[in-house]
Design a protein around this ligand. Sequence first.
Ligand SMILES: Cc1cc2nc3c(=O)[nH]c(=O)nc-3n(C[C@H](O)[C@H](O)[C@H](O)COP(=O)(O)OP(=O)(O)OC[C@H]3O[C@@H](n4cnc5c(N)ncnc54)[C@H](O)[C@@H]3O)c2cc1C
Length: 393
Amino acid sequence: MHLEPILQLETDVCIVGGGVMGAATAYAISRMTEKKIILLDRYGVGNEYCSSNDVNRVFRYAYGNDPYYTKMAIESLGLWKEIEKESRQELLIPTGLLMLEGDDQQANEFNESSFGTLTKLGLGAKLYEGPELKKRFPQFRTRRGFLDPHGGVLLASKSLETMASQARAKGARILEKHVTAFRDRSGLEIETSEGQTIRTQKLVVTVGPWSNGFLKDGLTGITPTRQQVVYLRPSGDIEKFRPTSCPVFFTDHHYGLPAAGIDGVKISNKELIDPVDPETASRLVDREQIEQCKAACRKFIPDLADGEVVKSKVCFYDMTTNSDFVIDQDPEDSDVVYGYGFSGHGFKFAPLVGKLLAELVLDREPSFDLTRFSSRNSHRKPQVTRGHLGKGE
Ligand SMILES: Cc1cc2nc3c(=O)[nH]c(=O)nc-3n(C[C@H](O)[C@H](O)[C@H](O)COP(=O)(O)OP(=O)(O)OC[C@H]3O[C@@H](n4cnc5c(N)ncnc54)[C@H](O)[C@@H]3O)c2cc1C
């Protein structure tokens, strides 16, 4: 009987997971070296199931009283600008982030501490009150608002595609493959659901909400949570909600983005934590969530309260217990590198995460302190309180 030979591929670096972090890593490695790269995704790079696939995402410097993430965002902004220049694509639209004062004490504390941190770092935060607020941001109803002038809208799917195509242009191979196992005996071997084997020098795992299936005991796990987003077309003039006039905004329990890349303003609950299995969770938005988004608008952004839903979407956060990422080599095998646990606020850092993962792959000293992002459970800070959920987005 004649058997078809099983495909064997060889490469220097194999990246499993083609969301934004896998694409950013392929891009970074392809810029830094001539190494052979294969990027694999079970549904194809940038597919509609991954957490990175949406019209837009928030960029911000505001991180409460946690200047570490603010410093990462500053670093990341420089890299976003480099990608834009290299690709000649607009990916990050500056709008500012307006944090609206409401009735939730923790949200108000987050806003005020963000203002304090940005002011201390000389990053030009601004407080708007009363008539001045109304004049400058007529879309919103509240007493006061803090502006992070560095906030903006990232065109998410476009950014992912751009990084993947820049990597492809430099020789990276991008394949639709479902990885079922990897092992390191006399060299790393990756197995696919079709029975193929890929031999590689280095492996990068960036599978987001699916990470637990790839982790050994003792490594930091994640909880995938189901998140729901709604895009509402304002009942009045949509131009008031374009990025030229409308900032990204936070209310008590929701966040929103101006109508960028779509004729709708995105609204989502920033605190909904609904643990699920990514293989089986419903991908349909609940009626109740749409009503909650509209209720928040009724209070803070009246023009959106009766807005038509132009798009809705479910995707997953990959939450670690303290919302800190994992960017690390495997403690027992430095040829395996992990990037996961981006906990609902990772997109803005993608170019920096890609660069840091590339440095780990190439055994270079990371250009940012990574002690906080250890893959070892025992090395991580204890669980934090609800106040830190302000990190979402
Ligand atoms: C609703 C929502 C809103 C968000 N808003 C913001 C925001 O405003 N600002 C911000 O900074 N961040 C935000 N985030 C977070 C950010 O989008 C994520 O941190 C980021 O997209 C995670 O990217 P990733 O590449 O790690 O994971 P993913 O994008 O999920 O990619 C993982 C990939 O791995 C693939 N995969 C899984 N298993 C396998 C396997 N066995 N073999 C091969 N491939 C596999 C999957 O198909 C998938 O494509 C938000 C997230 C969500 C869900």
